[in-house]
Design a binder for this molecule. Structure first.
Ligand SMILES: Nc1ncnc2c1ncn2[C@@H]1O[C@H](COP(=O)(O)OP(=O)(O)OP(=O)(O)O)[C@@H](O)[C@H]1O
Ligand SMILES: [Mg+2]
Length: 261
């Protein structure tokens, strides 16, 4: 199983959408996918209709009950081939609860190792804040995907995320592959075009050379509780993600991702 982590310390840049939409195309290709919700806002869980009061256990329990079998926390979604490791709002208290305790950085890695046989890919959706949850996600990652909105303020947020990755890379033996994904691109606006130009100048090496366009169908898909590839595969947004996934799988096949330790 390969683990792709979707992270950016800037909020509302399309992280959850990236995790859900790539998951949708992966199952379309016959893969089995585990979507992991590491965000106390529970957006990914809510996308598939998992409300906190209707689920028995969540990522929270992996931290508070280390002996718990993670497969008991996983729930099946409405899409064949997509399972979810759901979140609950209580996860927001983990930083305070665990703050000073050592050895809390590998809780997710351990759980994913136990679940690895059932899936080709785990896609991990992070919250916009840097804390024990994001540290766990990055420690488990074979690859990091950093969606960034094509607008000036979002570029500032991106810098913060890239500094975090530099810090994480210092504590690793090898560099974590990272791909910046420009999203919500609107070619009719000067702000979008200008921001993309700046991204290309500053981060050409790590930047996906295509863009995810702004597409209202993403909202429609989430309203229906379906990934966009299942809701409207021919939409511009879905097609852009299809291209992104084929490049990610090609990079993986070429061995650019690290083997899990
Ligand atoms: N390419 C796009 N075009 C239009 N709308 C989009 C696009 N990508 C995402 N959206 C919409 O923008 C909103 C924010 O997206 P999303 O929830 O994926 O961001 P996020 O980074 O996960 O947010 P948060 O930081 O709160 O977790 C959602 O309503 C989503 O449907
Ligand atoms: Mg989100």
């Amino acid at each position: 199983m390969k683990t792709w982590v979707v992270a950016n310390q800037k909020g509302g840049v399309g992280k959850t959408t990236v995790a859900v939409t790539l998951g949708g195309w992966l199952v379309d290709k016959g893969k089995r996918v585990l979507l992991v919700d590491m965000d106390p806002q529970c957006s990914l869980s809510a996308y598939f209709g998992f409300e906190p009061d209707r689920i028995e256990a969540s990522v929270y329990d992996l931290f508070t009950h280390p002996d718990r079998d993670p497969s008991e926390v996983v729930v099946a979604s409405n899409i064949d081939g997509i399972d979810v490791l759901p979140a609950t709002p209580a996860m927001a208290t983990l930083d305070r609860q665990l703050g000073q305790r050592q050895g809390q950085g590998l809780v997710l890695s351990r759980a994913l190792r136990q679940l690895a046989e059932g899936y080709s890919h785990a896609l991990v959706d992070c919250s916009p804040s840097l804390g024990v949850l994001m540290v766990n996600a990055l420690a488990a990652a074979d690859r990091v995907l950093v969606p960034t909105q094509t607008e000036y303020m979002a570029l500032k947020g991106l810098e913060r995320m890239l500094r975090t990755l530099t810090m994480i890379n210092r504590s690793r033996s090898t560099r974590l592959p990272c791909l910046i994904i420009p999203t919500m691109f609107d070619r009719r606006t000067r702000a979008s075009v200008g921001a993309l130009e700046e991204l290309r100048q500053q981060h050409g090496d790590e930047l996906w050379r295509e863009v995810i366009p702004v597409d209202t169908q993403f909202r429609e898909a989430s309203r229906n509780g379906l990934p966009l590839p299942q809701h409207l595969p021919q939409s511009r947004g879905a097609q852009a993600f299809r291209q992104l996934l084929s490049e990610l799988l090609a990079a993986e096949a070429a061995g650019h991702d690290e083997e899990a330790a």
